[in-house]
Design a protein around this ligand. Structure first.
Ligand code: UTP
Length: 416
């Protein structure tokens, strides 16, 4: 331990982060060990470069951006059944699993607890997790299978999520048999001087590393291995906060298999040319998502000969991956994007500071930044009213909030 402490001290000195041991003496043995372990596991070079580049987003000026081809689910005509049959065959043979990303902080919603435990106010008062489990179970029944369900949590909400599932008897699923939980990666938060923050527990303050952390987490947590044992080849990855997410879609799967691509994504057409959403495109020939902040007015408004927006297919975090694509993406480091957030911390005198305005940087990888790893992917346009009811904001915002999601859910399920 003395040797370890010395090693830690010299690392901290090298990276100018010696304050991390300010409260060390007051910690109990377990926490002392934990803090030392955290420090030894921290990639300080990465943290330095994240700090130096915190306000620089990558420049895309020289990228060649082109529209991405897509299929419209409701204009497939006789091909609909053709793709559907291929997908049904694979699903019946147990080739599909679902992953729900539930590691986010849900700051905009402001719910006290994991977002998946949120009740959007339906008469049934079902939580988002239960609505998702209902849909998975119902779809599985159609094909005579139980779709294995993998749930990504973060260190911050893992315990509460597990307790919630346990209390609800895993909604009929069986833990470690057909429902699995894994914890995503995280990165330290830093202040405006580049100093890593110490949290209320005396340890390094870390935050989940974004939904782009999904690939690496699936690999590192051995979930991919588990999927292989179960005979899974295809994995639908979606968010916890879309209560209409259709995780089992034979048409999407049939298209991926038939076209020989390892990724197939769903899109919905933009509500208007300037809706603030990321849209699919080709970037230097590879599949990609162009953010609304990157797109010019001219591109946003451009239409094809049928009057359809050239860049109109929004990415809604509804994506199907072949296991091999996930493994490849899990090995490729993704860029991190910074967000300036409010974060409580312990200052150098040992006092808890509760800031009223943002004070710290958090770093997140985005799932779609990995799309360029594959040569090609299929895009399937689906209907917003059938598959997209996001719960992002509180009701105050009146958009993508519990009341709008509830309305869409009730309409789709004929509940009113
Ligand atoms: P969002 O990007 O909307 O973030 O996540 P959020 O955490 O839910 O909400 P805000 O931004 O703090 O208000 C989209 C999906 O990705 C998951 C979320 O749980 C949600 O299902 N996610 C996001 C993770 O699993 N981990 C992350 O680190 C970030």
């Amino acid at each position: 331990m003395i040797d370890t402490l010395q090693e830690v001290k010299s690392i901290l000195k090298k990276y100018n982060q010696e304050h991390l041991l300010n409260g060390y003496q007051d910690l109990d043995e377990r926490k002392k060990n934990e803090l030392l372990k955290q420090i030894l596991n921290t990639d300080f070079e990465l943290i330095n470069s994240l700090y130096l580049n915190r306000t620089k987003e990558k420049s895309y000026k020289n990228d060649k951006i082109e529209p991405m081809e897509y299929l419209d689910k409701y204009k497939l005509n006789e091909k609909y059944k053709y793709y559907e049959d291929i997908g049904k065959h694979a699903i019946k043979n147990g080739k599909l699993a679902a992953v729900t990303m539930a590691g986010g902080q849900g700051t905009r919603l402001g719910h006290n607890g994991p977002k998946g435990t949120y009740d959007i106010g339906l008469n049934s008062h079902k939580s988002l997790f239960e609505l998702l489990s209902d849909s998975l179970k119902e779809e599985g029944k159609k094909y005579g299978v139980t779709i294995p369900w993998f749930i990504m949590t973060s260190r911050e909400n893992n315990k509460e999520t597990l307790n919630f599932f346990e209390k609800n008897k895993y909604f009929g699923y069986q833990k470690d048999k057909n429902i699995f939980f894994f914890v995503q990666g995280e990165l330290p938060m830093i202040d405006t001087e580049g100093k890593i923050l110490i949290g209320e527990d005396g340890l390094i303050k870390q935050a989940a590393d974004g939904h782009g952390g999904i690939y690496e987490s699936l690999v590192k947590s051995n979930m991919i291995e588990k999927m292989r044992e179960l005979g899974i080849e295809w994995v639908f990855i979606g968010g916890v906060d879309n209560c209409l997410v259709k995780m089992v879609d034979p048409v999407l799967m049939g298209i991926a298999i038939d076209k020989g691509v390892t990724v197939a994504c769903k899109s919905i057409v933009k509500a208007n040319p300037h809706e603030k959403v990321g849209v699919f495109c080709r970037r230097n020939g590879k599949p990609s998502v162009i953010e609304y902040s990157e797109i010019t007015n001219e591109m946003a408004e451009a239409v094809d000969e049928d009057g359809e927006l050239l860049y109109g297919e929004s990415h809604i975090l509804c994506n199907l991956f072949n296991i091999e694509a996930i493994e490849r993406m899990g090995k490729t480091p993704l860029p991190y994007h910074s967000a300036f957030k409010k974060a409580k911390f312990i200052d150098k005198d040992g006092n808890l500071v509760e800031p009223e305005s943002p004070n710290a940087y958090k770093f997140e990888a985005f799932l779609f930044d990995a799309f360029g790893e594959v040569d090609d992917m299929a895009i399937l346009r689906v209907k917003r009213e059938e598959e997209f009811a996001p719960v992002k904001n509180s009701d105050k915002e009146k958009v993508d909030c519990p009341s709008t999601a509830r309305e869409l859910y009730e309409k789709f399920h004929n509940l009113k």
